[in-house]
Design a protein around this ligand. Structure first.
Ligand code: ADP
Length: 261
């Protein structure tokens, strides 16, 4: 039985197809402005990746994410908090705290023993502590985001970024560059600044191992390292971390389809 989860994020749309509970196909693409079209195109690409199957053969589709209500192909919509929790638990059985850093928001979710959402906090008011913050800085530094991990790791010291506001932090970066401060310590400082925001949120829900990072920014190893240092705890990044929401939605689709049978 084929089912799917579609996560329409503010920045990226992800789709996952499961066949009898096992990963069959996945796809990620920029969300753009037409959510309905993007969701459908992303799901089609994940279906194609799953093999020679057409969309109408899907037994159940669950949509999640910021644009979930606009997915006309979905049988059900579920919040991204629930889907990230389910996805993170499916990836890492011992997950108790999920740190999800997306393009324009970040969330920290605490899970109970059964993997259900016990508590969560969300930052969707301000770009600090989100992927957008790092994208702005990457542009300013003229360094691809994919290099942030290795450059943060290579930094012998870090530059202090004291502003939490993206606009002021950007001015700080410009000023540091003009004073001859290298890109590596600046990137380490930026990763620390993002981690600082998230650490505060983790303590609000309660720290409990294991901590799992999801969302696109989890692929930035510099942020993971900063978070690990500040929490003094291992932070696990599953290989499909950006797909956690879509994967969780697909797991729920699997359960819903099984119940309906
Ligand atoms: P959303 O669901 O909020 O749309 P995602 O969780 O898909 O967002 O994450 C999108 C963010 O992840 C973007 O800000 C993007 O810059 C960042 N991102 C994606 N891939 C990478 C990567 N390889 N390294 C660092 N950051 C990345």
């Amino acid at each position: 039985m084929y089912v799917a989860g579609v996560d329409v994020g503010s920045t990226a749309t992800k789709a996952v197809v499961l066949n009898d509970g096992k990963l069959a196909g996945k796809h990620v693409m920029p969300t753009g402005t037409d959510h309905v079209k993007t969701a459908s195109a992303c799901l089609d690409a994940a279906v194609r990746a799953a093999g020679d199957l057409i969309s109408r053969d899907l037994a159940y589709v669950v949509s999640t994410g910021y644009g979930r209500a606009m997915v006309d192909i979905a049988d059900k919509t579920v919040t991204e908090i629930t889907c990230h929790a389910r996805g993170a638990r499916a990836f890492v059985e011992s997950a108790h705290v999920v740190v999800d850093i997306g393009g324009q928001d970040s969330k920290v979710i605490r899970l109970d023993e059964d993997g259900m959402v016990a508590d969560f906090v969300m930052n969707d008011k301000c770009a600090a502590g989100t992927g957008r913050f790092l994208e702005v800085m990457a542009e300013r530094l003229d360094v691809p985001l994919s290099d942030f991990g290795k450059m943060s790791r290579a930094a012998r010291k870090r530059a202090m970024i004291s502003s939490t506001c993206t606009v002021f932090a950007e001015s700080e970066v410009i000023s540091l560059l003009s004073h001859g401060v290298g890109r590596e310590p600046i990137i380490r400082g930026l990763c620390d600044a993002v981690a600082d925001r998230l650490v505060g949120m983790v303590h609000r829900v309660g720290l409990a191992p294991d901590v799992v990072m999801t969302g696109g920014v989890s692929q930035n190893d510099g942020v993971r390292l900063s978070l690990e240092r500040k929490l003094a705890l291992r932070v696990i990044v599953p290989s499909m971390s950006q797909y956690a929401g879509a994967y969780g939605a697909a797991v729920i689709a699997q359960e819903s389809a099984a119940k309906g049978r």
